[in-house]
Design a protein around this ligand. Sequence first.
Ligand code: CUA
Length: 336
Amino acid sequence: MQSSWIPFVPDSASTVSGKVDALYFYLSGVTVFFTLLISGVLIFFVIKYRRRTPYEIPRPIAGSHKLEILWSVIPFMIAMSMFAWGAQLYFEQSRPPRNTNEIYVVGKQWMWKIQHTTGQREINELHVPVGRKIKLIMTAEDTIHDFFVPAFRIKADVVPGRYTTEWFEATKAGTYHLFCAEYCGMNHSGMIGSVIVMEPTDFDNWLSGNSSLSPALAGQQLFQSLGCVSCHGANGEGGRGPALAGLFGRQVFLNTGQTLKADEAYIRESILNPQAKLVSGFGPIMPTFQGQVSEEQLLQIIAFIKSLQIVNPQPATPGPSPAASITATSPAPATR
Ligand code: CUA
């Protein structure tokens, strides 16, 4: 584990870490500058304007608008520069770019369970290649944890019942600390691990030494064994239940008249609480799978749904509305 040449500052090993440091040093620099300026002027004035005789009466001071405006406007501009810079960096960090490799992370007391889209599993270790954008899709089984990699300057809460994401692009091979940064019970301090950044060729070798099922394939098996196929079709083409092929990332029309974007959270909710958001044109016939699938299995089913492509080639979306294409595939004959 390397660290930076500045004491207590972790190594800088991602594309954003330098930017976070620059902002941090700017904030520290401004703070130090004004601390010195104000205390210096304070000491100077204490000496210069001290009472020299016991009966001295100070000169009356009328005030100065010029000074008042100056010491309001300058700090305002400085504060706004911090806000604008910080907000810009925050948005950059919180919006993953499009072309990312996804990795699933499940936190539980007290370990990190990680699965790559190729199927490779890890516990308390995360192997990633240099120079590729990685997006972590994270959830927790029990309580709030927080996935923190100081060398990448990324940190995000991992919350039961929802998916949070963080993304990074490592810039330097090496082994870096991984911490849980949210107090999560007795062994919180032991919920640590390593992020191992490898050269892309080494990483591909590492990944090829993999024998476990990819999450999408595991999800497909669950999809069959849990009986999802009987309503959604073997290839997600739909039937008594809405079509799932091509669903991910698309607009969904609900029977309340609302629309939403089908993301991980929506699919998860629809598995655990199917009645919460019914797709327009479908009745409340799906049973809940609460308690029957683990968080990891949910992620696998989601990976499977993400991998489903539209089966019957239909006119591309610009023509009919997405609602039409959802219902168009639904009255498929229930042959099985
Ligand atoms: Cu998990 Cu602290």
